[in-house]
Design a protein around this ligand. Sequence first.
Ligand SMILES: [Zn+2]
Length: 177
Amino acid sequence: MTWLIVFVWSRSLIFTSEPLEMHKRWQVNDATGLLEHAGFSREVFVLRHLTNYRGTDSWWNAYQAHENAYASTNFPLEIVTLYPGFFEDPVDDTERAAILLHEGHHLLGRNEADALERTWLEKARIGWTRDRYGETKVFDATEETTFNGTTLFQCKENHHWDCVPPVVYHPGETLKH
Ligand SMILES: [Zn+2]
């Protein structure tokens, strides 16, 4: 009985939303490729093989509040809805990869605080660092959400800067996850 409920629930979310247009699928594919290159194998596996991407909200998402302007994930149904902001606000594929990494954590069942913390700690692996992206809209928005949603910024000396030691980015280097 449970599987039937889950199946019907899942189908209803798919049928009441629009699929992602093909050129947007390619953008997702490019961003996922950056995550793969950085060694996020588990996240990439679910993003690439198990996720059903949607371009508009299902009835359930419309009924609930959006997580943010970029994307939202229905776990464990593995449905990711990508909003116009996901395609318009990032300055490049690296920023789209950072958003997908956050959703990838949700796809693996991680909660909001965990997804925020992991993405903030791991962002240098895809080269998404403050010195290169500190002024972008997506970086600013993510920093604010991470500031409010995690304890990463709560070090004694400075409350307006995260306490994460800077990581030197080496292009092409593959890090173990
Ligand atoms: Zn989230």
